[in-house]
Design a binder for this molecule. Structure first.
Ligand SMILES: *Cc1c(COP(=O)(O)O)cnc(C)c1O
Length: 357
């Protein structure tokens, strides 16, 4: 039996991805060879790469004038590549937790950072209503904060080029891509297995590349666009698996359907938390993430947290232990999570409360 998987990343993936990728690993398209064994320059894999890029554009309604890349190094390498390529003097960062802090750390190698932060309240809300200096090279945001459980649901209107780390809420809602200079993320939270990074980049933004800084070839966006993500050997199975996710998202109704399901799952779980005697969510209501639902036990029950993780595990709900920096619990409900998964967790919470509160 498949468990109710709430892991934060790597995370639950669609059944069709698991099945079709397994088949391709054993014998791809009846070629008598595994996808692991054929050249990435062959026509079969080139077709996979082309179709994956085309599906990204279709599923997310990416307008003309954008390139889609599949790179290595994770979202973490993007933290460095972005300032390396685009930070001339000053960049604006919204600090909403661990991942944005890491992005800021890298930017500081290349220039000045102006930061607005929600650290004053332990990252339990999403900053709003701040001023951005006119002379920044770009604005960097993290749309969903995987560890803290906050999320922004609107596509911001800012004057400077907007860059978003969408690692953990990608494809969970329609996005107006035209408002962004760049969107990127590690695949392992909504798009596929760990090992590939997606980058959607506005071609005209690339013209901003800092001319008087020498950038190693592998870290230049331009080279990856020119070579169609094949400057070096791409992670072939990962790209194949991403294509399976995109096919699956499309077949079940696209990002609108993903958004509807995400709301249903999150509403169900947050209302169970809000109606509980034992559990409480530390995040302000309007900024609560639909993807990473963070909750803890009320002070008088704190000593029961480990017991609940065990109790839920016995009911096949796995991966709910909170991040070590926050404690408590985190249920990650990405695109492949089902209402049944969430119902099983809610039932476990209610049963535990009945026995312990
Ligand atoms: C997980 C995560 C990252 C880091 O991704 P890697 O691919 O492991 O480098 C960055 N940003 C966010 C929002 C994340 O959730």
């Amino acid at each position: 039996m498949r468990k109710h998987i709430f892991n934060a990343g790597p995370c639950k993936l669609s059944d069709s991805l698991l099945k079709n990728t397994s088949d391709a690993i054993l014998d791809w398209n009846g070629m008598g060879q595994s996808i692991l064994e054929v050249s990435h320059r062959g026509k079969e894999f080139q077709a996979v790469m082309d179709e994956t890029v085309a599906l990204m554009k279709e599923v997310l309604s990416i307008p003309e004038g954008y390139s889609v890349l599949f790179l290595g190094g994770g979202a973490s390498l993007q933290f460095a590549m972005i300032p390396y390529n685009f930070l001339k003097t000053k960049a604006f960062y919204v600090n909403t937790g661990t991942w944005s802090s890491k992005a800021i750390k890298e930017a500081k190698f290349w220039g000045e950072t102006v930061v607005v932060s929600s650290e004053d309240k332990n990252f339990t809300y999403y900053p709003k209503g701040y001023d951005i200096p006119k002379d920044v090279d770009y604005v960097h945001i993290t749309t969903n904060n995987t560890i803290r459980g906050t999320e922004i649901f609107e596509d911001l209107d800012v004057k400077a080029p907007l860059i978003a780390d969408m690692s953990s809420d990608f494809l969970s809602r329609p996005v107006d891509v035209s408002k962004y200079a760049m969107i990127y993320g590690g695949a392992q939270k909504n798009l596929g297995p760990a090992g590939v990074t997606f980058v959607i980049i506005k071609d005209s933004f690339l013209e901003k590349i800092v001319a008087d800084r020498k950038i190693p070839t592998m870290l230049q966006y331009g080279i990856h666009i020119k070579e169609g993500s094949m400057y070096n050997t791409p992670p072939v199975v990962n790209v194949f698996a991403v294509r399976e996710t995109l096919k699956w998202v499309k077949s079940v109704g696209g990002v609108k359907a993903m958004e509807k399901l995400a709301k249903e799952r999150a509403d169900l779980l947050y209302s169970a938390i809000d109606n509980s005697k034992m559990f409480i969510c530390p995040v302000v209501k309007e900024d609560r993430s639909r993807m990473n639902i963070v909750f803890v036990m009320k002070d008088q029950y704190k000593d029961k947290e480990a017991d609940f993780v065990k109790f839920a595990g016995e009911r096949n709900c796995v991966g709910i232990k909170g991040h070590r920096s926050v404690g408590g619990f985190r249920a990650s409900t990405y695109n492949a999570s089902t209402i049944e998964d969430v119902k099983a967790l809610v039932k476990a919470m209610q049963d535990f409360e009945a026995q312990n509160a």
